[in-house]
Design a protein around this ligand. Structure first.
Ligand code: SF4
Ligand code: SF4
Length: 88
């Protein structure tokens, strides 16, 4: 199921708490979440709704399976930051 690009879903995303999201990437992408994300093609969070990350390049563990968005949209994959669409 396609994940809706909403601020509510972004707030539920666990990516910023994930060990794969390095401190360097957090510093680089430490901007506020925009008020409206529905029109964006890329965002450095909630990679299951957007595309893969430009900053995360190594799997250090994935929290997707514990995420509310993952449950809500019955997602099957993980590691969406490394591969657009994730990996089974
Ligand atoms: S997609 Fe998975 S591995 Fe990548 S940052 Fe999010 S929780 Fe971590
Ligand atoms: S399933 Fe993974 S990428 Fe999608 S919102 Fe949850 S933690 Fe973020």
């Amino acid at each position: 199921m396609r994940v809706d690009k909403t601020v509510e879903n972004v707030r539920s995303c666990l990516c910023l708490k994930c060990p794969s999201y390095s401190s360097r990437c957090k510093l680089k992408n430490g901007q506020e979440i925009p008020f409206d994300v529905s029109h964006l093609q890329h965002l450095e969070v909630m990679f299951c709704a957007f595309e893969k990350s430009n900053c995360i390049h190594e799997n250090q563990g994935c929290l997707c399976a514990k995420c509310m968005v993952h449950k809500k949209y019955a997602l099957n994959n993980e590691d969406y930051c490394l591969n657009t669409g994730g990996v089974f």
